[in-house]
Design a protein around this ligand. Structure first.
Ligand code: CA
Length: 225
């Protein structure tokens, strides 16, 4: 797997290259937005880690131009800024995941694994994880001979969890993909929806469980048969 890291803080870029190198990813570094965009457009990468605050072109602008070119390259955005409006700008520009600095090594690797697992061409109509199948169009969640109907938000969240294939999906990603910037949404809305989904999994007698990972997010885990 060949990863492009676009980060102007040299020491952080070096740390990222070191972390990824140890996991046997092949890493190239770019130190500003223009260089990053040129590299990303080469089409040789499997994923990109993109800082928001960059010289020459911002991370958002790099992402916008990349998507405009038709590229579906999976992108993990790094942001030191915590303003929601910035992150929403990134969502609109087509980022797959967000990670707020400072982050833990494990958190970074989990996010990267999740975006790399994401199909970059055509999304399958049916997602599978363990004994579960989710019809993305129908919102039908099936297990064995049983099925339940998921609501639109439940389906969206379940899709993110299943597509991650057991990796942790950051709580923030679930929130932003599900609700975006919506002053109406309560802070604990992700937890509330996770409890709805858990109830449906219990109803289906699925071996798959939704587990919370403290300060990170949620992931699916299949219990031993
Ligand atoms: Ca920066």
């Amino acid at each position: 797997m060949h990863i492009l890291v676009v980060e102007d803080e040299r020491s952080l870029a070096g740390t990222l290259a070191d972390i990824l190198g140890r996991e046997r990813y092949l890493v190239d570094l770019a130190y500003d937005g223009e260089e990053g965009l040129d590299c990303a457009l080469s089409g040789i990468y499997d994923g990109m880690i993109l800082d928001v605050m960059l010289p020459k072109l911002s991370g958002f602008e790099v992402l916008r131009r990349l998507r405009q070119s038709g590229s579906a390259l999976p992108v993990l955005m790094l942001t030191a800024r915590s303003e929601l409006s910035d992150r929403v700008a990134g969502l609109d520009a087509g980022a797959d995941y967000y990670l707020t600095k400072p982050f833990e090594r494990e958190e970074l690797l989990a996010c990267l694994r999740a975006i790399l697992r994401r199909p970059t061409e055509v999304a399958p109509a049916t997602l599978c994880f363990g004994d579960l199948e989710l019809g993305e169009e129908s919102g039908q969640l099936c297990c064995g001979g049983q099925s339940v109907q998921l609501g639109a938000k439940e389906c969206q969240l379940m899709r993110l969890l299943m597509a991650a294939g057991g990796a942790v999906v950051p709580r923030e990603t679930l929130y932003l993909k599900g609700w975006g910037y919506d002053g109406e949404a309560e802070g604990n809305v992700v937890e509330v929806y996770m409890s709805f989904l858990r109830r449906k999994l219990t109803h289906l007698r699925s071996r798959v469980q939704i587990e919370a990972v403290r300060r990170m997010g949620y992931h699916l885990r299949e219990a031993e048969a």
